[in-house]
Design a protein around this ligand. Structure first.
Ligand code: ATP
Length: 351
């Protein structure tokens, strides 16, 4: 199966080709970098408008170049999904991020995907971006039924599979984890994205007291962010604030991840999302997993931050499970939750 994926929920205009036979993932991304402040939805959408056609054209060209060496499209009696690849199409389907994300950006992605699907006469697959963050970890680790910590910019979820859905076991009660860190860095005048700068500054820091808020399986970042801003306004060295911010925020995520492993009885944890690129977070999660004899997997950075590779990989699983959608059902949903998605491809996997 060859799937072209398109991603553009916030800052990454990205397209990818996934070939399930070779397991190759070819990704082209173009990042939106705000001149000042954080992500402005209108500017981000302008970036998508300009960059999505470019990355899609590049990946399509790659698909055409590699189509000859890939398996021939199987033309059968029409009852088999494998027949949908037209003889002159280098892909079997187009998968796109249907949500969650910024509405103006998502609409551009949706339009691009619909256009491509119609032009090439191949089906559309609508992918939930958060489920894709989870599934890329399952795919690269070959884990069967892990708990997943999605630590991304706009979200923070703990997910586990039960009865046909990925259930949200715990989540942030306010902002996403990356956005919380970015709000702090904006306050101190650092450019977006703030996460890598906090990680860098934290290497020389010492611990100062900041709030730590975990309520059952849920957690909150707003108090700690206000306290961190206040501490820096009061003259606490920035490296100490960054160090303490990381220690508390990541310990909170580690605590709830451990609780989720204990609750589900799973001994597999996968990490997803752009904040997963942080070495200190990975170290804490790995230590916790070691101590309880669980396996831990963090995908490579190119699969952690937003990327169309994860959309194409999940798109292939969904396509093979028959999860294509009609044009009239392809509206994007900025608030699309992971637990709204019927997970039909896992039963297809085990057949
Ligand atoms: P979502 O996937 O929820 O839509 P998103 O689109 O903002 O979120 P991601 O690519 O998953 O995007 O994550 C981006 C976030 O990751 C930013 O907030 C950024 O500051 C953060 N980030 C990137 N690198 C690091 C790092 N090394 N340490 C901590 N945070 C990081």
């Amino acid at each position: 199966t060859r799937i072209l994926g398109i991603e553009g929920t916030a800052w990454a205009a990205s397209a990818a080709l996934y070939d399930s036979e070779s397991d190759d993932v070819y990704i082209q991304s173009d990042a939106y970098e705000p001149d000042s402040g954080g992500i402005h939805p209108r500017e981000a959408a302008e970036h998508m408008h300009e960059a999505i056609p470019r990355v899609v054209a590049d990946v399509l060209e790659h698909a055409r170049e590699t189509a000859d060496s890939a398996s021939e499209p199987r033309v059968t009696d029409g009852s088999d999904r494998s027949s949908s690849r037209q003889r002159d199409s280098p892909i079997d389907a187009v998968a796109f991020s249907q949500g969650p994300g910024l509405g103006p950006c998502l609409r551009i992605v949706g339009t691009a995907a619909r256009t491509l699907s119609q032009t090439l006469s191949v089906p559309l697959v609508g992918v939930n971006h958060m489920v894709a963050h989870l599934e890329i970890g399952r795919h690269t680790a070959e884990f069967d039924s892990p708990v997943c910590l999605n630590a991304s910019g706009a979200n923070a979820h703990l997910l586990a599979y039960r009865n046909g859905r990925y259930r949200v076991l715990g989540e942030t009660m306010d902002t996403g984890v990356g956005n919380a860190i970015d709000k702090f860095t904006r306050h101190v005048g650092w450019s977006h994205p703030g996460g890598p700068k906090v990680e860098q500054a934290a290497t020389d820091g010492e611990y100062v007291d900041l709030p730590y808020v975990v309520k059952g399986m849920d957690f909150s970042f707003s108090g700690i962010m206000s306290a961190a801003k206040q501490a820096s306004d009061d003259g606490t060295p920035l490296e100490d604030v960054c160090f303490s911010l990381q220690e508390n925020v990541f310990a909170m995520l580690t605590e709830v991840s451990e609780r989720a492993l204990s609750l589900t009885g799973s001994d597999e944890l996968v990490l997803g999302g752009g904040v997963g690129q942080n070495a200190r977070l990975r170290e804490m999660l790995e230590d916790m997993c070691d101590q309880r004899g669980a396996d831990f997997h963090a995908p490579k950075p190119r699969f952690l931050r937003d990327n169309a590779g994860m959309i194409a990989v999940l798109g292939a699983k969904m396509y093979n499970a028959g999860e294509t959608i009609a044009l009239e059902d392809s509206r994007v949903d900025p608030n699309y939750r992971p637990d709204q998605v019927p997970v039909t491809w896992r039963s297809a996997e085990s057949e």
